[in-house]
Structure formats: C-alpha cells, structure tokens
Ligand binder design. Structure first.
Ligand code: HEC
Length: 133
C-alpha cells in the first residue's frame, strides 16, 4: 500500500507544481498580445513616434502591452467601448485601475491634445489591422 501512495503523492505534487507555475504566470502572459504592424498613414506614423516616447514603457512599442501596462490592441479599447474621448481623458486625468491588475495610470503631462490625435490615429490603425474592429 505504502509503495503505491508515495509515487501517487509525487505525481500529485508535480501536477500541482505545474498548475501553480502556469496559474501564477498566466495573468502576466495573457496580458501581452502579438501585434501585426500595418503600413501606417503619415499621421499615424507620427503618432507611433509619440507613442514610443510617451507610452511604450507601459503599453509596449507596438501597444501590445508589457508587465507594466495592458495592450491597447485589445477588444476592451475598440472605438465602441473606449471612444477617442476616453483616450484623451486617460492621458489628461490618468486612469484608475479597473480592467487589469497593473495599478493606476498616471496623467501623461508631456502629451498635448494635438499629439493625442496622432497617437489615437496610430492606435486605431493598428487595432483595425489586428481585427479588433
Ligand atoms: C506608467 C505606466 C503607463 C504609461 C506611461 C501610460 N499608461 Fe496608459 N494605462 C496604464 C495602465 C496600468 C492602464 C490600465 C488601467 C486599468 O486597469 O484599466 C492604462 C490604461 C490606458 C487606457 C485605457 C483607459 C480607460 O478608460 O480604461 C488608455 C486609452 C491608455 N492607457 C492610453 C495611454 C497613452 C496614449 C499613453 C501615452 C501617452 C499611456 N497610456 C501611457 C499605464 C500607463
């Protein structure tokens, strides 16, 4: 009897270990997405340059997310759920954490309304190319 229980416990512990490994890491992994880059319009290309200065450290260079912030190339942020005004508000007022577990987004004061129009053009073009809407 005993010689059957010990291997069972070992297998059980291994299964638990693998489970914990994936469940612990799962949140981080599932929050970054692979982003396909389309050919950008001129305005979106300048938006990309601004994004890569002001937003990339949390949202990633292609807005696919990092361990510090969520992907913006995501269903949550399609125009019907987060219209352009929500993007302007996020940057001027900051964002209270509500969709994810990254914490709050601070206001980004280095970005003007004009800059934001270009950044939004960039995000919408990339969202579209990735089938978000
Ligand atoms: C210091 C990290 C950080 C930086 C820099 C940052 N963000 Fe965020 N952002 C976040 C986090 C974290 C969230 C998710 C909040 C939540 O849980 O819903 C977020 C959410 C958002 C949202 C969703 C707003 C909403 O209403 O839910 C938008 C839009 C956004 N960011 C745009 C930007 C843009 C554009 C920039 C650059 C100008 C930027 N962010 C820079 C961390 C950051």
């Amino acid at each position: 009897m005993k010689d059957k229980i010990v291997p069972l416990l070992v297998v059980g512990a291994l299964i638990m270990g693998v489970f914990l490994l994936f469940s612990g890491d799962g949140k981080k992994q599932s929050t970054t997405v692979e982003v396909k880059m389309p050919t950008l319009s001129t305005v979106a290309a300048s938006g990309q340059a601004l994004f890569q200065i002001n937003c990339f450290q949390c949202h990633g260079a292609t807005a696919g997310g990092t361990t510090q912030g969520p992907p913006l190339i995501h269903k949550y942020y399609e125009p019907n759920h987060h219209a352009d005004v929500a993007f302007h508000r996020a940057v001027t007022m900051g964002v209270r954490a509500h969709h994810w577990g990254f914490g709050n987004m601070p206001p980004i004061r280095t970005v003007t309304t004009q800059d934001m129009r270009k950044i939004i053009a960039f995000i919408r073009e990339v969202q579209k190319a990735n089938g978000i809407f």
